[in-house]
Design a protein around this ligand. Structure first.
Ligand code: ADP
Ligand code: MG
Length: 629
């Protein structure tokens, strides 16, 4: 074949291969752009495994109307002027390659509005060609929808894995940024299901509660160091797992350099793992979220097309500081009893793990774990007043992996203090690596104070806030219905009139269309009065007035809110008003149903406001309280 220069669109597609490997890489680039634009809220939606549609919406600064086409040109960036700037990059992007690359292999709808402008602009691009442009009403910020990814590069498509695999890669990307930016509120809707939502309150631990559950998050040890100045400055902050809390994959090592995610396979991950030294068994890895900051001039971020690796100018210094910091955090953690209550001295921990490594006995002669809802021999099942009818549903069976897990960590009683350490290996579910945020099956014991449900599982005794739990359930159900395009509504045979302050009624009427999407059909009925023909089916009639008032308040307070704000307000208001209250007596059957539904939630351990739905008292904690150990 004679040599010839490639057609621009062919060259663009080849270049796109570097940046856009799979749907998750698109999500990564769009999230980075949103973060660079100063977004406080970022929502990610994926359909059809991310191939049919990926949408990232933010409330950042927006793109100026005259620049919006330019943003999709190759090497067009607002983040870099000269090559020297490369040594002081503060933004996640700087290559000006993401948008043109994505645009060359998909169909894009980009809508953006700068805060000062009256309206936004929408442009459509397919296969890199501009298809149309028009003015559009929208809230400030940017929304980029990427449809039919790789439609013009079928070979790429063939290399993709199943939808589920691609979705979990997308989810991992969102998690990664949620951990790096706890001050940003992330929402991920995958195939219409709420997969993740962080509060954006700036607290790393609350992101971890969301991702891994409160039991895991609570055990993590804080780490914080600062050393040097100027080019030599290094600061590291974050949380790391105590030695007993490990995972079988590196995927739980979240490392960031200057807020950029770093692959968990590189040198930094090795440095962290080595700091645990003998504390880790073979094939086990710690969990960590570490935010490493160095002077921008002392790190080269331009060594990898997706920037997931960096090169430090003073690498051995950074590695040394990192290793020592992890080591110290582990020792300190052992001293100040941050992991739950009782903590064994480091030598003990070490000795125990060494013992296990050389294959010491794992017999469970004194198997306390087994008494905890797993139905093993030591537990007198006949004394459980409700096992007769509900044994199988409420109680995990003895050979379930959860039970095996409990036993595995109980090394028996030859060594005093053995469980003391090993109890700190709580794996909340049967497969800890896969579903650590979900709940084990819970057995209802009763209700206290008409407010809390008491339940047990192999992990111990749970106190569950009935209102918070129900709020979570309703929230996720509504989210799902809304994602699927239809919030279930109940038509009223007799339309209901509601009297509200006139301003409230007016603002609700003004938003009647948006409210209709949530199942409300309302119309004016004289001064300050509304007539409702239908309402969301989750909302009880007697709560209608206060729910409407709350929504009107919301609308009055934040008039020009973004669609994300609005959706949040609807979801939280509706779930709060729908939910069982504190002070409400619940029958056993109702409590069982409540817990069953909670077990099915994506984020069962926090309510939509981010407060915990439950408190766990482990067998170990109880036994300590009673002086049994
Ligand atoms: P880079 O991020 O490397 O600059 P991109 O191709 O990702 O390159 O984006 C090109 C430009 O488009 C950015 O420099 C930025 O000015 C603008 N841009 C992209 N996404 C957004 C967004 N979500 N909000 C505001 N501006 C954006
Ligand atoms: Mg970018």
């Amino acid at each position: 074949m004679p040599i010839q220069v490639l057609e621009p669109h062919v060259a663009a597609q080849i270049a796109a291969g570097e940046v856009v490997e799979r749907p998750a890489s698109v999500v990564k680039e769009l999230i980075e752009n949103a973060l660079d634009a100063g977004a406080q809220r970022i929502s990610v939606e994926a359909r059809g495994g991310g191939l049919r549609e990926l949408k990232v919406q933010d409330d950042g600064v927006g793109i100026a109307p005259h620049e919006i086409e330019l943003a999709f040109e190759r090497h067009a960036t607002s983040k870099l002027r000269s090559a020297d700037d490369l040594w002081s990059v503060q933004t996640l992007g700087f290559r000006g390659e993401a948008l043109p690359s994505i645009a060359s292999v998909s169909q894009i709808v980009c809508i953006s509005r700068v805060a000062g402008e009256d309206v936004g602009i929408e442009i459509r691009i397919a296969g890199g060609e501009l298809q149309g442009r028009m003015a559009r009403g929208c809230s400030p910020g940017t929304s980029i929808s990427v449809r039919n990814l790789f439609y013009n590069t079928p070979v790429r498509r063939e290399y993709l894995r199943s939808d589920a695999t691609e979705l979990s890669a997308i989810s991992a990307v969102v998690q990664q940024y949620a951990l790096a930016y706890p001050e940003v509120r992330f929402t991920a809707l995958l195939e219409g299901r709420l997969a993740l939502q962080t509060s954006g309150d700036g607290d790393l631990r609350s992101v971890l509660i969301e991702l891994y559950g409160i039991d895991v998050a609570r055990q993590l040890l804080p780490l914080s160091v600062q050393a040097g100045e100027g080019l030599q400055a290094v600061s590291i902050t974050g949380l790391i797992s105590p030695p007993g809390l490990t995972r079988s994959s590196r995927a739980y090592l979240h490392l960031f350099v200057n807020r950029r995610a770093i692959q968990p396979r590189g040198v930094l991950a090795i440095v962290v793992a080595e700091a645990y030294h003998t504390l880790l068994m073979k094939g086990r890895y710690p969990m960590a979220v570490l935010d490493i900051r160095v002077h921008p001039g002392a790190v080269d971020v331009n060594v990898h097309p997706t920037k997931s690796e960096v090169r430090f100018q003073f690498h051995s210094r950074v590695h040394g500081i990192l290793g020592r910091a992890v080591r110290e955090a582990l020792l300190e953690g052992a001293g100040v009893q941050t992991w739950a209550d009782g903590v064994a001295p480091m030598e003990d921990v070490q000795r125990r793990f060494e013992l296990r490594q050389i294959g010491q006995s794992r017999t469970a002669a004194d198997n306390r774990g087994a008494a905890w809802g797993v139905g093993a021999g030591t537990w007198d099942t006949s004394s459980r007043w409700d096992t007769a009818h509900h044994g199988n549903r409420d109680m995990p069976v003895a050979n379930q992996p959860a039970a095996a897990d409990t036993q595995m960590h109980d090394v028996g009683n030859q060594e005093p203090g053995a469980e003391q350490i090993l109890d700190h290996t709580p794996m909340p579910t049967s497969d800890p690596d896969l579903q650590s945020a979900t709940l084990p099956p819970l057995r209802v014991v009763g209700q206290v104070g008409l407010t809390y449900v008491v339940a047990e599982s192999p992990q111990g005794m749970y106190l569950i806030d009935q209102h918070a739990a129900h709020e979570r359930i309703t929230y996720e159900r509504l989210m799902e219905q809304f994602g699927a395009g239809a919030v279930e509504s109940q038509g009223l045979l007799l339309p209901q009139t509601v009297t509200l302050p006139p301003a409230a009624a007016a603002s609700l009427l003004h938003n009647a269309e948006a409210l209709a999407e949530w199942g409300f059909a309302l119309e004016p009925w004289g001064e300050g009065m509304l007539r409702l023909r239908s309402l969301p089916s989750t909302l009880p009639l007697d709560d209608l007035q206060s729910a409407l008032l709350e929504l009107a308040d919301y609308l009055a307070g934040r008039g020009g809110s973004t669609p994300i704000d609005w959706r949040e307000a609807m979801l939280t208001t509706l779930s709060c008003h729908t939910s069982v209250r504190a002070g409400q007596a619940l029958s056993l059957e109702e409590m069982r149903e409540l817990l069953r539904q909670l077990e099915n939630c994506t984020s069962p351990r926090t309510c939509p406001h981010g407060r915990p739905t439950m408190v766990l008292l482990t067998p170990h904690q109880l036994e300590r309280q009673f002086g049994r150990i």
